[in-house]
Design a binder for this molecule. Structure first.
Ligand code: ASP
Length: 307
């Protein structure tokens, strides 16, 4: 079986001058996953190690450095899924966690549940031994002040619908992280972690923690989505890719068809990464940028801003 791993750093429009940092962070994260897979380790361990490296890098919108919600605090979402027995674990609305993906993995491994949210997720994280961690960085706090000022200018106090504002300011989107891998035993896994969309309403849950929407793994495909999560939730995009692959379409054609549908139906700003069971990594997106890095077999890690 060929091993492979692909990771993304979020669909959107990265700020001018940030490409090198985005690609360096992804390359280092994929190298961490590659070491595990090359030593015969599991795809689950590999995608978690990759996502942890990205969560710990403050330039991405996940873990430390996640974006703030409308009220100015973080609500972190994450999901991990493995093809064996379709096991999945997820958290949403975590406020004080360093690595939400590891809490999601504990939900999968240590409970009867698939998703824990809000206070319950936070309490569970503590019980599992994860110390409280403030993910807010000074840069994100400053961004938040800037956005709130502009938002008040544009929308006044009626700020329940942020999408238009974010369309006009695509530089504020992106930075979610995700990884998909297949290991030497043919087991597939996917992991996705995010602070969600910037200025989201308190309590908003996106696609990233929902299996089949922002994150999915089955015997044929592992995939992670990024972009405005409401579109991914409504289309169950990662599961939709898997269904096409199960019907015999190639992975690339399946991803293109799903993104084409998202474009037709919603003009959605969405991207996808995936690997199939043969060890083929693919990235596709409808946004200007989606930094991603990958390797397959014993090849080197490659990284690009655009597919
Ligand atoms: N999909 C994420 C969410 O909606 C955001 C992103 O990928 O940029 O929460």
């Amino acid at each position: 079986m060929g091993i492979a791993l692909i990771a993304h750093g979020g669909a959107g429009k990265w700020r001018p001058g940030s490409d090198d940092d985005a690609l360096a962070g992804l390359t280092a994260a994929v190298e961490a996953g590659r070491r595990i897979l090359a030593a015969g380790g599991s795809s689950l361990d590999a995608v978690c190690a990759t996502v942890v490296a990205l969560e710990d890098n403050p330039i991405y919108n996940a873990g430390t450095g996640a974006v703030l919600n409308f009220d100015g605090f973080c609500e972190l979402d994450a999901c991990v899924m493995e093809s064996r027995e379709a096991r999945a674990g997820a958290v949403s609305g975590l406020q004080r966690a360093k690595n939400p993906i590891l809490v999601a993995r504990k939900v999968m491994e240590e409970t009867d549940h698939v998703m824990l949210t809000g206070d319950g997720a936070q309490r569970f994280a503590r019980v599992m031994g994860f110390p409280d961690h403030d993910p807010i960085t000074p840069e994100r706090r400053a961004d938040w002040f800037d956005k709130r000022n502009r938002l008040d200018e544009v929308l006044g106090k009626h700020a329940l619908r942020m999408r238009r504002f974010l369309q006009d300011h695509p530089e504020y989107a992106g930075g979610t992280v995700g990884a998909a891998a297949v290991d030497s035993h043919g087991v597939l896994a996917a992991a996705t972690s995010t602070g969600g969309v910037t200025l989201k309403m308190v309590g908003r849950v996106g696609d990233s923690p929902v299996p089949g929407a922002g994150n999915y793994a089955c015997a044929r495909v592992a995939a992670s989505a990024t972009g405005t999560g409401e579109f991914v939730l409504r289309s169950l995009a990662t599961r939709a890719v898997a269904e096409r692959v199960e019907r015999g379409e190639s992975l690339a054609a399946s991803m293109e068809a799903v993104l084409e549908g998202l474009g037709r139906d919603y003009d959605a700003d969405v991207g996808l990464i995936a690997v199939d069971a043969t060890g083929m990594p693919v990235a596709r997106h409808r946004t200007r940028d989606m930094p991603h890095a990958w390797f397959c077999g014993d090849g080197p890690v490659a990284a690009r801003m655009r597919a």
